[in-house]
Design a protein around this ligand. Sequence first.
Ligand SMILES: [Fe+2]
Length: 292
Amino acid sequence: MAEPHLASFSRLAEIVDLEHFPIHDVSAPARRELVAFCRGELAEDGCCSVKSFLRPDAVQRISEEAEALSSEAYRTTVAHNPYFSPDDEQFPEGHPRRQFQKRTNGFVCYDLIPDTSDLRALYDWPAFTAFLSEAFEIDPLHRYADPLAAMPFNTMRPGDTFPWHFDTNEFTVTLMIQPPESGGLFEYAPNVRSPEDECYEDVARVMDGQSDKVKTLELAAGDMQLFLGRYTLHRVTPVTGNRHRHVAIPSWARVPDMIGTPHRTKTIYGRLTDAHLTAAQQAPARADALTD
Ligand SMILES: [Fe+2]
């Protein structure tokens, strides 16, 4: 993975609207307000969107990169339940554990994103990591060392969908680069389960379209979303219309030097790098929940 190089402040100011969102200035009242806003939204329902975080010109440049790379996306179609667990006949038919829905989407890996990309400049900016650390109240946060998974594009074509699921990772950041013409909406049922209770009946109601707990987040180009997906059931509805949906997923972890396991990396991204093999050799004990 290339060493990060720090972009100039003037360049970063062309990427992020730093007048409204002065994430670099810890003494700015607007930054304190933004941190408080994010914390409040995350505490309330595990989801926060910062509208128009990226400047329109930057979004345009990044969306052109995403479009140019979309033919190189590794596409998979799999059926999974909300828990990504195998079928279990101990549960009755129709139970959430036994509802397998089809997911089709693609990933453009981080190593394909040009060195000159605005996305790389933003991801490598320590002020961005510091801001997110405060917003999530997780300190420290470390950028991934994974050459593929550090910041992939998730690309969805018309017809693609990501069905109901809980995340295995604790927190997620997404940047909407290009919304589809229609569909492709983010729907979520906040805190429908808890660490103590799977709340299967509530989960079933959401999956059956019978729940009044479901919220919809419509993300526009340039919006940033912060999300806690362990207890909040969520999905992306089928993309419709002619335009692809492109979302960048910059990734952080509580521990440094995060690199995915070969198995998981191959499954999601379709290939491995030397860094994955070296990391697996050096730290076989990483095959645990912290790794992925
Ligand atoms: Fe998710």
